[in-house]
Design a protein around this ligand. Structure first.
Ligand SMILES: Nc1ncnc2c1ncn2[C@@H]1O[C@H](COP(=O)(O)OP(=O)(O)O)[C@@H](O)[C@H]1O
Ligand code: SF4
Ligand SMILES: [Mg+2]
Length: 348
């Protein structure tokens, strides 16, 4: 059965070529009282390469979900653009967009978000193909059973309803739903965050297997560093609507260049690589500021252990400090983030 799904896979972009290009993206929302603006995404530039898993990490409120939804055309950019294999979906005609959007899918954190409680599991899985006007009843049922089997769900579950399934089973149903559309890219927004810790690994392994089988590209959004480090080829670090760092996963985790990444890694209660076990743990203090009025200059300055006077004045530029490894800090070098001020005082 799974062979049917596989043979239906459409050609993917050349591995490594940009399959999505985010250009000077800003997404602003009015505040609830309408008097102000939430700068959810505030000037972001990066590519997603075909066949890779790009992890996006950052604390809650840093704009990850807004960015992910914009990447699959669920939210329109306020400024800038998001290209899909060089094409701008916002400029497509209705029919072209309808065909195009199935290539770029999203799976949400809440396993119930996309499931209709009154529809059987099989009907939920088939629904996207029906909306895309693909095949007929018989072929859709056949593909629906194949998709259920591919995500590891037994045939008996097909006639059940969402409330009869566990969270992990429901998330498998959501994955089967997007597989029905044979997408090129799947944005995964905190897809294991709502699940029991004991089954997170199984779902992550399923994503990894499907990527190999179908040549998928993933954008894996999470606030959990152990999840991104497990699954990503590259990692982007977001803070208050901006990117702080982007590079190969191993470099970002083991040799971060930005003080925010370093602080995030220190705050994680997971075993860290030996290079990260510093004597003095840098722990994030305080809350993330409001995206309605982000700090001037460098947004991280109100919590940065290395802050200097210039950080309140000038926005740090997005610099490629090593090939493919970018950071936005006035003082980062290719050797790493600047020393914490306390360390500087100590050595005086
Ligand atoms: N539709 C909306 N209207 C107003 N504010 C929003 C809307 N969606 C998100 N926000 C705000 O934008 C900021 C970023 O949110 P979000 O993208 O959900 O971040 P994350 O996923 O990193 O937690 C938050 O302050 C959030 O309250
Ligand atoms: S620019 Fe300044 S405040 Fe921002 S991360 Fe670098 S040292 Fe810290
Ligand atoms: Mg989110």
């Amino acid at each position: 059965m799974a062979a049917d799904l596989k043979s239906a896979v459409r050609p993917q972009a050349k591995p490594g070529a940009p399959i999505m290009s985010v250009r000077d993206l800003r997404i602003l929302f009015p505040t609830r009282d309408g008097r102000d603006t939430v700068k959810a995404v505030d000037g972001v530039d990066f590519d997603v390469r075909a066949g890779e898993t790009l992890g996006i990490i950052g604390e809650s409120g840093s704009g990850k979900t807004t960015l992910g939804r914009a990447m699959v055309s669920l939210i329109a950019p306020t400024e800038g653009e998001i290209l899909h294999s060089g094409q701008n979906p916002a400029k497509m005609g209705r029919e072209q967009f309808r065909k195009h959007r199935r290539d770029y899918q999203i799976v949400f954190q809440d396993p119930n978000a996309a499931l209709n409680p009154r529809m059987t599991i099989l009907d939920s899985v088939i629904e996207p193909a029906e909306i895309a006007k693909e095949g007929d009843d018989t072929s859709r049922r056949k593909d629906g059973f194949a998709a259920l089997s591919r995500v590891g769900l037994p045939r008996e579950l097909a006639d059940r309803y969402p409330h009869q399934l566990s969270g992990g089973q429901k998330q498998r149903v959501n994955i089967a739903r997007v597989l029905m559309l044979r997408p090129k890219v799947i944005v995964c927004d905190e897809v294991v965050a709502a699940l029991d810790v004991s089954i997170r690994g199984d779902i992550l392994n399923l994503f990894a297997d499907l990527q190999r089988e179908f040549g998928l590209t993933y954008v894996f959004i999470t606030h959990d560093i152990s999840v991104v480090s497990h699954i990503s080829d590259r990692i982007a670090v977001t803070y208050l609507g901006k990117l702080m760092e982007l590079g190969a996963a191993e470099d970002v985790i083991e040799r971060p260049l930005h003080p925010y990444t370093q602080a995030l890694l220190s705050a994680e209660p997971i075993p860290l690589p030996s290079s990260m076990r510093t004597e003095r743990r840098i722990v994030l203090e305080g809350e993330i500021p409001s995206p309605v009025a982000p700090p001037s200059g460098c947004r991280f300055r109100t919590r940065c252990p290395s802050v200097q006077a210039i950080c309140a004045k000038d926005v740090p530029s997005w610099r490629e400090l090593k090939p493919g490894h970018w950071a936005a800090c006035h003082f980062s070098t290719l050797d790493g983030p600047p020393p914490a001020n306390a360390d500087l005082n100590h050595t005086k």
